[in-house]
Write a protein that binds this ligand. Sequence first.
Ligand SMILES: O=P(O)(O)OC[C@@H](O)[C@@H](O)c1c[nH]c2ccccc12
Length: 266
Amino acid sequence: MGVLDDIVVGVREDLAERQAQVGLTELQTIVATMPAPRDMLGPLGAPGLSVIAEVKRSSPSKGALADIPDPAALARAYAAGGASAVSVLTERRRFGGDLSDLAAVRAAVDVGILRKDFVVTDYQVWETRAAGADLVLLIVAALSDADLARLYALATSLGLTVLVEVHTAEEVRRAVDLGARLIGVNNRNLHTLEVDIAQFERLSALIPPDRVRVAESGLLSVADVERVAAAGADAVLVGEALVKDGDPRRAVAQFIAAGTAAQKGK
Ligand SMILES: O=P(O)(O)OC[C@@H](O)[C@@H](O)c1c[nH]c2ccccc12
């Protein structure tokens, strides 16, 4: 089994526990009382490079990255630096995240929030919406076409913006056929955990220009951000470089400025 399949097994076990605590009907009742999620395609597709800044404690590839005792404080720094959205990892076993991190971030910032997890069931989509997220990640490599289409339709009907994640040309085709408006190229192969920023450069050209393009993972320096911005990225999704930086607010602002200049220089 690749790493991705392994992770999904654990995710399904944890999910069964949460589902035993809070039923689907209860989630639906909560959602019915909530305001609509924020529009995210507008801000992410706007001129200039957008940053989606991630709250990430650890990862299967790198192990522990940062303790992050106060996710809300980190999210506030990201927003102050100009991040268009904050991504919150809610997977527990490998990434050290939790839905309570998302709730804390929701209470702290007014920018968009992406729930970053391995969503494979309808229940998780409702859970994402009930937690106050505006965006949800769907990973093409983890889903059949039928599941991908069903989860995409459900998320969209709940007002969520879906970030559809791809890593190969075939997955780009599946995302485009689905009608995905927001497509993220993960530079990390989730089966082997290998990272190659050139993956964005290769696949970006296959994504129609009317879609919003996100470069994800492995962007560690200003030069990395400039490279993907010049290759057509509308937004970048960054975790490690920001959680390890002593001044995340400055780091976000610097990525936005450098990436925006690199887009113009194309
Ligand atoms: O920490 P990095 O290399 O900047 O990566 C952030 C983000 O792209 C990464 O966390 C990620 C992208 N897609 C995922 C899917 C599941 C878990 C994690 C991810």
